[in-house]
Write a protein that binds this ligand. Structure first.
Ligand code: C5P
Length: 411
């Protein structure tokens, strides 16, 4: 049965391998695109003998990658698998499944699979004798044991003239499998997640302010990841150049005080607070009503006062909410983070060394260490912030003890 959810906002990779059924992947691409998915097609060299990359390129509106060594652009295609919500290989040949089962990475599609962390759906098509060959049976078993969804091919007339099991599964079955795998990721359904992101701006006068280098990328990535996993998300964001994520309630604020008001309003109905904002610690004690004039002054002394610690305040007011903070540090990262975890009464703190090259403020990547109130520690190495966001959500599940709600796949 076809699931009611559509694929709006989903990033999919469609791998096409060298079977006569490759032409059917064109129809599949159209259906996936019609449901709103952004589909990137990867073809093996053999697949290009059956259908031209141009066909897929026109229908997907994206360049089709075929060769691991063609150009440096292929590296960008490898990143696709990191960002994909699902990878679908249709049709999948016996040769492809053997490579995937053994972890061989001699071509782009196989390499992508090794890189993937999302659900993988394989729709085989081959001759009947090949499908029942013990080697193929073994490879299918190995892939299934690893969590890959390998659909059974259908019985019918094959290119060889044989009537046997080997036909590419019907489009509707492949689509159902895609839906099912995406639904099974909706393990945050029922959660109401309040996320803060970005810097705050504390006005000195009508044209000047004190702020920091936060881009908002980490908080936005967490909001998107929670949304994609089925949570209702409210994102309270300081000034950021990023586009508000679709299907997330975004509340823009400027100052720490405005951020505090917005978070206070939404906190009572939230189940989880993830405080990724870089709230200014100090603000000018007085904000000038008019632009301050130089008037030949050799110096200007600004008197600052501490902003309220929003996180500590909310944590103290919590009823049943899980409360998570960030600690952006430049030295003694773990010991400072532990102090904040205790001091602010948090369930988890996500510590990152913002002085480290390749991560931190403004970067697309980040590496963090997650510390829990009960003393567990989880190290997450340098990776794209969107993927890190998913890892953080999974760690929140594991460490804060609400068991992942996974629905099993039903073919
Ligand atoms: O104490 P520090 O600013 O390093 O703590 C960082 C954590 O506390 C972050 O989660 C940040 O969003 C939060 N914070 C806050 N209110 C402040 C300062 C920081 O909620 N005034």
């Amino acid at each position: 049965m076809q699931s009611p959810i559509n694929l709006w906002g989903k990033r999919l990779v469609l791998g096409v391998t060298g079977s006569i059924a490759a032409y059917k992947a064109v129809g599949l691409l159209r259906v996936l695109a019609r449901e709103g998915a952004a589909v990137s097609v990867i073809m093996t060299q053999a697949a290009t003998k059956f259908v031209t990359p141009l066909t897929f390129e026109v229908l997907s509106g994206r360049r089709v990658a075929t060769d691991l060594f063609e150009s440096h652009e292929e590296m960008a295609h490898l990143a696709l698998s990191e960002q994909a919500h699902a990878i679908i290989v249709a049709p999948a040949t016996a040769n492809f499944m053997a490579k995937a089962a053994l972890g061989l990475a001699g071509d782009l599609l196989s390499t992508m699979l090794l890189n993937a962390r999302c659900p993988v759906i394989v729709a085989p098509a081959m001759d009947g004798d090949m499908w029942t060959h013990p080697t193929v049976v073994q490879h299918v078993q190995a892939l299934r044991a690893r969590g890959v969804v390998v659909l059974d091919p259908e019985v019918g007339p094959l290119a060889s003239g044989q009537i046997a099991q080997g036909r590419l599964p019907a489009e509707s079955r492949i689509l159902d499998a895609v839906h099912a795998s995406l639904i099974s990721q909706r393990d945050w359904q029922g959660q109401r997640v309040l996320v803060s992101a970005g810097p705050t701006q504390e006005p000195i006068d009508p044209v000047r302010f004190i702020s920091n280098r936060s881009s908002g990328k980490m908080g936005y990535a967490i909001a998107e990841a929670a949304r994609d996993r089925g949570a209702e998300v409210i994102l309270v964001t300081g000034p950021s150049a990023l586009t508000p994520p679709p299907r997330v309630t975004t509340v823009p604020v400027n100052t720490a005080s405005e951020m505090s008001d917005a978070l206070n309003r939404h906190f009572p109905t939230a189940t989880i607070l993830i405080m990724a904002a870089a709230v200014a610690d100090f603000r000018p004690k007085m904000t000038a009503g008019q632009k301050l004039k130089k008037q030949g002054k050799p110096e200007l002394v600004l008197e600052l006062e501490a902003t309220p610690d929003i996180l500590a305040m909310l944590s103290a007011r919590r009823t049943s909410q899980i409360v998570i903070g960030f600690a952006a540090e430049t030295e003694q990262v773990l010991s400072h983070a532990k102090d904040k975890l205790r001091g602010k009464g948090l369930d988890l703190i996500i510590a990152n060394d913002v002085s480290r090259a390749g991560g931190g403020f403004g970067s697309d990547d980040n590496a963090v260490v997650i510390l829990s109130a009960s003393g567990e520690q989880k190290v997450l190495g340098l990776m794209p912030k969107r993927r890190l966001a998913d890892e953080i959500l999974t760690a929140v599940q594991e460490l804060c003890l609400f068991p992942p709600r996974r629905e099993s796949f039903v073919e």
